[in-house]
Design a protein around this ligand. Sequence first.
Ligand code: SF4
Length: 297
Amino acid sequence: MKVGIPKGLLYYDYQPFFHTFFEELGAELIVSSDTNKDILDKGVKYCVDEACLPVKVFHGHVAEIKDQCDLIVIPRIMQLRKREFICPKFCGLPEMVINSIPDMPRATMAPLYALSKERLFQWAKVVGKEVTHNTAKLSKAFEAAVECQSNYKKGIDDDSYPIKVALSGHPYNIYDNFINMNIVNKLKKLGVGVVTEEVIDEDIKNREVSKLYKKPFWSFARNNYSFTSHMADQKLVNGIIYISSFACGIDSVVIELIKHNIEDFPLLVLKVDEHTGEAGLDTRIEAFVDMLERRRS
Ligand code: SF4
């Protein structure tokens, strides 16, 4: 069986799990290319106009590989932590894609709750049966996938430059170099190092959000708020750059929370959508770095 894995949305966080699980089940993986102009164009063509850029890009990844696979993985990620939720776009992602792109192969529909290993196994059992009915093989594939995911470390912490910024935003905006127009390299060329939220401990995140009147409802809000708050409070960076998708409801709240919290600490918010021009983005980054240099000197 050929199983398609679109390289979009939380693929950047959970690719070891999905790859290992389906490979161990004996499927042949068809993984979409890194995001490129053709994928973006396909996404814009098929997805509803109102969606944010990462969701459009995800549609493009599906469209690229749909004709080569028997089953396509569209993770309906519901919850990663207790009393926190993922964006509603993830909850309805399979329906959104199936109803937008014609001639789709079968797609995974089961909701994914990663609150515990047992809950995650519920997803694996339902989805794994699409590939094999051998329950021993399924359990073994699941164990291997969980282990592979737990050994996976990602994140950037680059101290080799005179200026350092906290790069905040959702993982697909930070790690998809087409969406963010290779911002990490742009910053390096300007003499700026980057740190991302994965480098701070969970207990620091918990402490930061506990200062809020109300705990954030969304996992993305928790991560980005706590990270920027810690970096600014402790003066661990010279500034913060937040990459946000145009039309993202969660970002519209969390960016205001961050601004209110860090007061006059330097913050650059870069909104991206399919119309964002690279020259405009470069100008804003250069102006921000120029300001950081002057503050430093
Ligand atoms: S959290 Fe924001 S950027 Fe991410 S899928 Fe939802 S609306 Fe789009």
